[in-house]
Design a protein around this ligand. Structure first.
Ligand code: PLP
Length: 353
């Protein structure tokens, strides 16, 4: 077996003991609420890791894009999927129906009548029902109907349209108190209208600490928790010791006492910042952070770090956003006790359609 030091840099590694611990901890948390765990594969994009999540007790998987679902369904690891994306146009809805025919359940979301009507027409063309959840926006400002009343209106249409099987509601991410307020009102409206909600699907890793605040959910979709990253530490749901994914990078220059330059730039880490400062931390140099990125260079600010890496040294970077690191790299090395146990191709990397 190869030693970790033998990996050429930049290299993305996953600490397997942490990965396993993260998967088991979150499975326990979600099962402890008596709801289903439906992890989102967007973080790892690797069927073997999804297999670990399913073996730990996950009920099914979540994918964002059809092409991601294709990779996972080809891998044959699971037959219960939720696709959390509006699927538009016959080219895509035909692919959806072909995929759906290969598994027990492939549910999809919709947040408007055009998507819903297209799904219904696809169901009629292919002679099978399409399970649908109505996506709700409870403050994130992305897709989703804007009010419980709009959710009910769309659900009424879903119930009427041929070949649509209305299953319930979906939201991302669960936030307090807006998601609760929205769903408490929605549940009352649906009850009064006599429309059942067998599935209420919530999501997000930061919400894992507060699952009990969302008693209306029947399932939870978390993704980032498998690896964790600077954002998750910042949001208080993970510690640095929970960060399983790290980028090994070589210090290629020390142009000044306060600056180091690494051989991983935005091509490896992405320039995602989201709600955290800087572009990543150095695991073994507290206070050191990546202050700027160009495509092949990461600039490390060492002003707050007592210890300073030398030219030629290999350091471990904890990225801001591990999901997009997966999308940037062909392979990920699973490491335990300093040995590279396995190298996984990131099978659903770049699957954007
Ligand atoms: C629709 C949806 N569900 C679930 C998740 C998983 O969220 P997290 O990565 O915070 O665990 C995401 C992440 O982007 C998402 O877009």
């Amino acid at each position: 077996m190869m030693r970790i030091e033998e990996l050429d840099t930049p290299a993305v590694v996953v600490l397997l003991d942490r990965l396993k611990r993260n998967i088991e901890r979150v499975q326990r948390l979600i099962a402890g609420q008596g709801i289903a765990n439906r992890p989102h594969i967007k973080t790892h994009k690797i069927p073997a890791i999804a297999r670990m999540q399913l073996d730990a007790g996950a009920q099914g998987l979540t994918c964002q894009k059809l092409s991601e679902a294709e990779v996972f369904i080809d891998a044959g690891i699971c037959d219960d999927y939720l696709l959390t994306y509006n699927i538009i146009g016959e080219r895509k809805t035909d692919r959806l129906m072909q995929l759906a025919a290969r598994v027990k359940r492939l549910a999809v979301v919709a947040d408007n009548d055009i998507v819903l009507t297209g799904l219904s027409q696809a169901g009629v063309r292919h002679g099978s029902d399409v399970p649908v959840l109505v996506e709700c926006d409870t403050g994130f400002g992305r897709n989703g109907v804007q009010s419980p009343e709009a959710a009910l209106d769309l659900a009424r249409l879903a119930v009427k349209l041929p070949r649509i099987r209305f299953e319930g509601l979906m939201v991302f991410p669960n936030t307090a108190p807006r998601t609760q307020d929205f769903f408490v009102r929605a549940l009352a409206l649906f009850r009064d209208a006599g429309i059942a909600l067998p599935v209420v699907s919530g999501g997000g890793t930061p919400a894992l600490n507060r699952l009990a605040d969302f008693p209306m959910m029947t399932e939870h979709r978390a993704g980032t928790y498998v690896y964790n990253d600077v954002m998750m530490v910042h949001s208080g749901v993970a510690s640095w010791e929970d960060c399983a994914l790290q980028v090994r990078a070589t210090v290629v220059s020390r142009p000044s006492p306060d600056r180091a330059v690494l051989d991983c730039g935005s091509k490896v880490l992405t320039s995602d910042q989201y709600y955290v400062e800087h572009y990543g931390r150095l695991a073994h140099y507290p206070g050191a952070h990546i202050s700027a990125l160009s495509e092949e260079h990461a600039i490390v600010d060492l002003t707050q770090s007592a210890a300073r890496p030398k030219i030629g040294e290999v350091v471990d970077v904890i990225p801001n956003h591990c999901c997009s690191v997966s999308n940037m790299n062909d392979e990920i090395h699973g490491v335990r006790d300093g040995l590279v146990e396995i190298t996984w191709p990131v099978a659903a990397r770049g699957k954007v359609r």
